[in-house]
Design a protein. Structure first.
Length: 306
């Protein structure tokens, strides 16, 4: 019979390839132990950005067999996603004995799944680590979509789809959006397809098909040369500008001080070493959050909503 122990800890799953960034945020001294890219840290959840999924109130379950493990998880709740970090065959057999959880790609702008989804892993042949409640409704924080492979000019649109899905909001018909660093137009395409009016700004041109779309006004200039007063009030400010995060922060502080933008979704792009100090300054802005998307690379996404 399975024996369950509640841990006074929180689990954090690092995005693949960004384990060092998560370790920097958590602080090496806080980390109790690590299983693959899953870090257990004593105490309540910490405000971290380099994290694909947070495991709340994890438990450790001693099991005698594969069927015992599946039974123990089913006794807690129905829906579970395996986080594989070893003992792959045995873990797969336990997962196969659990109710099937479909993970079909989303069709944007469908909402994120609302059913609770727990996460679990096998840390030795007779021990399961599991959390019935996690920060992401997607298995291991991996969001996938039914992709549009013809209309958008590049794959950057997937980042914006993911960000809007996770925050549960998106621009509505007729809302005024500013898209900074827009070329070749992936984000402008998303916003226009939602019915928004888009002021698209870049020194490089938009793809011709994007520039020709209705409700798109293109301004061929630098995002940094554009004063808030030159644009006026906007419902949403979006930025996928390729620049150092510190420079982006200076630009956004002008907009925040102006009060002319209500909602913000912006990409921090790290060139070379991760600038943790500037990331912390973004995270400290009142009412905002900083997160790593599944479709981010060496980037974070900053969101501030009215």
């Amino acid at each position: 019979m399975a024996d369950t122990q509640t841990l006074t800890a929180t689990g954090y799953v690092a995005p693949q390839g960004f384990e060092a960034e998560l370790e920097e945020e958590l602080g090496a001294a806080r980390i109790m132990r690590r299983h693959g890219g899953l870090y257990l840290v004593a105490g309540p959840p910490l405000p971290v950005a380099w994290c694909a999924n947070v495991w709340y109130d994890p438990v450790q379950i001693s099991i005698a067999s594969i069927s015992d493990g599946a039974k123990a998880l089913r006794a807690i709740q129905r829906n579970w996603a395996l986080y594989p970090c070893g003992l792959h065959r045995r873990a797969a057999l336990i997962q196969e004995a659990l109710p099937h959880v479909g993970a079909k790609p989303l069709t944007f702008p469908s909402p994120a799944p609302s059913s609770p989804l727990g996460s679990w892993t096998l840390i030795d042949p007779h021990t399961i680590l599991a959390a019935a409640r996690c920060s992401s409704p997607f298995p291991n924080g991996e969001v996938t979509f039914v992709e549009n492979k013809s209309a958008p000019p590049n794959r950057a649109y997937l980042k914006l789809w993911e960000a809007l899905t996770l925050i549960g909001r998106h621009p509505g018909s007729g809302e005024r959006c500013l898209d900074l660093g827009s070329s070749p137009g992936g984000w402008t395409w998303v916003l226009q397809s939602l019915g928004a009016r888009v002021i698209s700004v870049d020194k490089a041109p938009l793809a011709p098909d994007i520039a020709a779309l209705p409700r798109v006004e293109f301004r061929r200039t630098s995002a940094f040369a554009l004063a808030p007063a030159d644009v006026g009030p906007v419902d949403w400010l979006f930025s996928d500008v390729a620049c150092y995060p510190a420079r982006l922060l200076t630009l956004l502080e002008r907009w925040l001080d102006s009060g002319l933008a209500r909602n913000f979704v912006c990409t921090l792009k790290f060139q070379g070493a991760t600038d943790h100090a500037t990331a912390r300054r973004f995270a400290a802005i009142s009412g905002s959050r900083l997160l790593h998307l599944h479709h981010n690379k060496h980037e974070l996404t900053w969101v501030k909503l009215a």
